[in-house]
Design a protein around this ligand. Structure first.
Ligand SMILES: *[C@@H]1O[C@H](CO)[C@@H](O)[C@H](O)[C@H]1NC(C)=O
Ligand SMILES: *[C@@H]1O[C@H](CO)[C@@H](O)[C@H](O)[C@H]1NC(C)=O
Ligand SMILES: *[C@@H]1O[C@H](CO)[C@@H](O)[C@H](O)[C@H]1NC(C)=O
Ligand SMILES: *[C@@H]1O[C@H](CO)[C@@H](O)[C@H](O)[C@H]1NC(C)=O
Length: 356
């Protein structure tokens, strides 16, 4: 009898040793998530690998119940203030990208959206007003999907809003931060927006309780993207979707104008925020969820090799580079049914030249 037990124990010990070695090897390869999962199995005798997406079945159609929002018969004059929490919020949203979607379809499903992509709740007086600023070039398909989700998403939140697409003309390297500065300036010319949402064209929010309103400090909203395993990639990350009030925006002198190409500008903006005594706030990690539309790396938006040099200088440069040094040529402004298209020549690294 004792003989048998010790053989069994030795066998078990061997098994555990092998498993531990596998774990160490995997850890060294950097697949920490898989290791955590394995440890979970050893520890609790099995966990659900679908934990992260456990509410997928609860996710609903973003257009569900939108038809409940209608203009009351009495006329517009005596609208009551909107309630503190919108009754139309539905939580998790189901997101997919059907090829056959058209802008015409998006327009048909959002009858209360007016020229330039603007909206006010027809049934109550909202105290919020948010401008969505989307830097853009050659991403018409992504834009179509974003508009399909964003319009009903914002209507469920009972906001006054407007959508501005800032289109970089010409073929010179893309400059996201400068386009956002242009968007800020052009949007503020049209209305006294309280809140500005800087929004990448390829990120779709997956929970309508992630409010598109501003806070006492600048807010980073896209904290859990599917691309990063629904986690923040690093602590000061400020890219993707972020929100500032007009005052906060001007306090940091807007965004840098000199980051051409991919990367760095969001870290510069984060530095500006901290240098001005503010901090970055975030929604709950269960709400700040986004799905990224997959695409190849853009031509004309290659990684910016100078970004680390530039970042090192932010502390000295932010006062001179930003809204107070912004130069561009407005080429056209179209109030389209679902958005305002602002097309600009933002020049190149060598300066501003009129595009031909
Ligand atoms: C899933 O739903 C439950 C109950 O509704 C909630 O407590 C939990 O936070 C949700 N999880 C995610 C990932 O949204
Ligand atoms: C949507 O409508 C259904 C039934 O018509 C209702 O059960 C549900 O609570 C509504 N959801 C919202 C978010 O209004
Ligand atoms: C940009 O590139 C496209 C194709 O690569 C070309 O047809 C177009 O003329 C270029 N535009 C400018 C302003 O150089
Ligand atoms: C915006 O307008 C410009 C100039 O008319 C046009 O070339 C561009 O395709 C438009 N972009 C979008 C996204 O509508």
């Amino acid at each position: 009898m004792p003989m048998k037990v010790s053989a069994k124990a030795r066998y078990l010990a061997l098994l555990i040793c092998v498993q531990l070695m596998v774990i160490v090897l995997m850890y060294r390869e950097g697949s920490r998530r898989r290791v955590a999962y394995l440890i979970g199995i050893l520890w609790k005798g099995g966990i659900s690998p679908t934990g992260l997406h456990s509410n997928a079945s609860r996710a609903g159609d973003v257009y569900l119940n939108l038809s409940l929002i209608t203009r009351p018969l009495g006329g517009e004059n005596e609208l009551l203030p909107c309630p503190a929490a919108s009754p139309y919020l539905g939580g998790p949203i189901q997101v997919s990208f059907p090829k056959e979607l058209t802008l015409e379809e998006v327009r048909r499903r959002n009858p209360y959206v007016t020229s330039g992509g603007k909206y006010k709740p027809p049934d109550c007086e909202s105290s919020h007003s948010t401008a969505i600023i989307i830097p853009h070039r050659n991403r018409e398909v992504h834009l179509k999907h974003l508009l399909y989700y964003l319009h009903p998403f914002l209507q469920r939140q009972q906001l006054n809003y407007g959508i501005y697409v800032i289109h970089q003309a010409g073929n010179y390297t893309f400059n996201r931060a400068k386009l956002l500065n242009v968007g800020f300036k052009e949007a503020m010319k049209e209305a006294d927006w309280i809140c500005l949402f800087c929004h990448d064209v390829d990120l779709i929010p997956e929970d309508d309780r992630n409010m598109y309103t501003c806070e006492k400090n600048p807010k980073h909203s896209s904290i859990a993207m599917d691309k990063f395993g629904y986690k923040l990639p690093y602590r000061t990350y400020f890219g993707g979707v972020s929100a500032l009030t007009a005052d906060q925006y001007m306090k940091i002198n807007g965004f840098p104008n000199n980051y051409w190409g991919w990367g760095g500008e969001d870290d510069d903006i984060a530095s500006r925020i901290y240098l001005n005594g503010m901090m970055i706030v975030r929604p709950d990690v269960l709400l700040g969820r986004y799905k990224m539309i997959k695409h190849a790396h853009d031509k004309g938006n290659e990684e910016n090799p100078k970004r680390f040099n530039l970042l090192a200088k932010t502390r000295r440069s932010w006062k001179d580079d930003g809204m107070n040094s912004l130069q561009y040529v407005l080429l056209s402004k179209q109030h389209l049914p679902l958005y305002t298209n602002i097309t600009v020549d933002i020049g190149s690294e060598r300066g501003l030249r009129r595009a031909t």
